[in-house]
Design a protein. Structure first.
Length: 479
């Protein structure tokens, strides 16, 4: 492999299918491919992940192993059960930065034991728009002054065990009302507004020593028509120049709709890669969708051609490769242990917001109302029902769609207590209609997402997270 081709591959972080690495991927890692991003499709349990990362690192010592483990709703390690720690919005609600540090350190220790070198967390975004379809509980809050200490605390805790943190999605996704997985959001902010609001948590992350920052596929009109991932003003002038960031810039997945909608989901990824590198990005995440070696070949060839014809300076590619390699440093050795929920439960209990007197009068009917999951979190098959079924004999647990209100009303007649579990009901008109149809039923509502503008009448628990521990904390409170 030529030196130029090796440099071009050194900045790429692809995903792959399966719980063992395919042969072509292992060969490419041995030849200099930057690393990989792990998703739920690659995970069985901690022991399997540790064996997988050891096999990857056997090909080369400095392979970057990234994962999207935010805790709360966005979990890969606990994809089958729900996270062992609450998510950022719950930690923000608890509002104890020392607790946030401890939670992040527990996550960092577990990731280190699994052989992960960089965690694509925390979200330094803010929860700013009620109709925002993608951030919500993934942010620490809406106030930059209150959220920033938690961003910094999370970075400090996560990096305690040598796992690099990655603050995302620069310059901040929370005020956008489009999901960049499927469309190109425009951020309705002036540069001054960004400095006063969205950029504050990123500055806190940088001050805390965050080793990487992820670019968001967001257009700031004052910076031009290109999303931040492909925008030199965003990445070089503002992030590096104004904010002084010196670590690695990781792109959000280039195959997301905000970028692939412009360049083409497959053949255009190479062009997007070149634009991102020229703008100042270092590590290119192309891991959201699993693909084969031929896609990697096309991207690599496009980057090599861009350097050869002068479109992309060779020293910019070399700089990006060096910064990417720095994320492949092996984490501090940590011992694989059974998952311990105690710290996460402490944080989840501290986060609960209680309205009225939500206590059970007897074995309840528990109704988990399901809506389509976000692309970032993916399916969340766990719910409150199993927890109350365990804690209260005689509990009846249902998982329903918003169209099932009549059946729920009929079922509710046989129970002294009814618990209805929703997730960001304010964003789903069909869920609001479901709740309205139950107006003659006395029920306790448990809201697991970002609460809406109005809480509605009746007893209620807000958990600010759909994690295992947040649902457990709500169940314990009810009993």
């Amino acid at each position: 492999m030529t030196d130029l081709r090796r440099l071009a591959e050194a900045v790429l972080l692809p995903g792959f299918a399966g719980t063992t690495a395919p042969g072509w991927l292992r060969r490419r890692l041995g030849d200099g491919l930057g690393g990989v991003i792990l998703f739920g499709r690659n995970v069985v349990d901690d022991e399997q992940v540790a064996a997988l990362t050891a096999a990857l690192r056997a090909e080369r010592d400095d392979v970057v192993v990234g994962i999207d483990e935010e805790g709360g709703d966005v979990t890969r390690l606990d994809v089958a059960t729900g996270s062992f720690v609450p998510g950022p919005l719950a930690l923000g609600a608890a509002d104890d930065p020392e607790l946030t540090t401890a939670v992040a350190a527990a996550l960092g220790e577990r990731l280190a034991a699994c052989g992960v070198t960089v965690n694509l967390a925390p979200c330094a975004d803010l929860t700013l728009a009620p109709e925002d379809p993608i951030i919500g509980v993934r942010a620490f809050g809406s106030d930059p002054v209150r959220a920033s200490p938690h961003v910094a605390a999370y970075v400090t805790g996560l990096q305690k065990y040598g796992v690099a943190a990655c603050a995302k999605h620069f310059p901040g996704h929370g005020a956008a009302t489009e999901d960049s997985h499927v469309a190109l959001p425009v951020l309705p902010r002036t540069p001054q507004e960004l400095r006063e609001i969205e950029l504050v948590p990123f500055a806190a992350a940088i001050s805390a020593g965050v080793r990487s920052i992820m670019s968001g596929h967001l257009v700031v009109p004052a910076w031009g028509d290109e999303p931040a991932t492909l925008n030199r003003t965003a990445l070089t002038d503002v992030l590096r120049g104004e904010l002084g960031f010196t670590g690695a810039v990781i792109t959000d997945a280039l195959e997301m709709g905000a970028v692939s909608g412009v360049y083409g989901r497959h053949d255009g990824l190479g062009a997007a890669a070149v634009r991102a590198l020229a703008a100042g990005a270092d590590a290119l995440c192309i891991g959201g969708a699993a693909f084969e070696a031929d896609t990697l070949d096309r991207i690599t060839a496009t980057v090599v051609a861009a350097v050869s014809d002068g479109t992309l300076p060779a020293d910019r590619l070399a700089e990006a490769a060096a910064r990417t390699a720095a994320l492949g440093t092996s984490p501090t050795p940590a011992e694989l242990r059974p998952v311990d929920h105690r710290l996460g439960l402490e944080a989840a209990r501290a986060a609960l917001r209680i309205q009225g007197e939500p206590r059970l009068a007897g074995p309840p009917l528990v109704v988990d109302v399901r809506t389509d999951p976000t692309i970032a979190a993916g399916p969340m098959p766990w719910g409150l029902g199993p927890h109350l079924t365990e804690l209260v004999p005689g509990t009846r647990a249902l998982v329903v769609s918003p169209a099932d209100a009549a059946a729920v009303r009929a079922e509710a007649r046989g129970f002294a207590s009814v618990v209805v579990v929703t997730r960001e009901a304010h964003r789903h008109p069909e869920v609001l209609a479901f709740l309205a149809e139950l107006s003659d039923v006395d029920f306790i509502r448990v809201e697991t997402g970002a609460p809406g503008p109005d809480s509605g009448p009746g007893p209620r628990i807000d958990t600010f997270s759909g994690s295992y521990v947040s649902l457990r904390a709500a169940a314990e409170y009810l009993t």
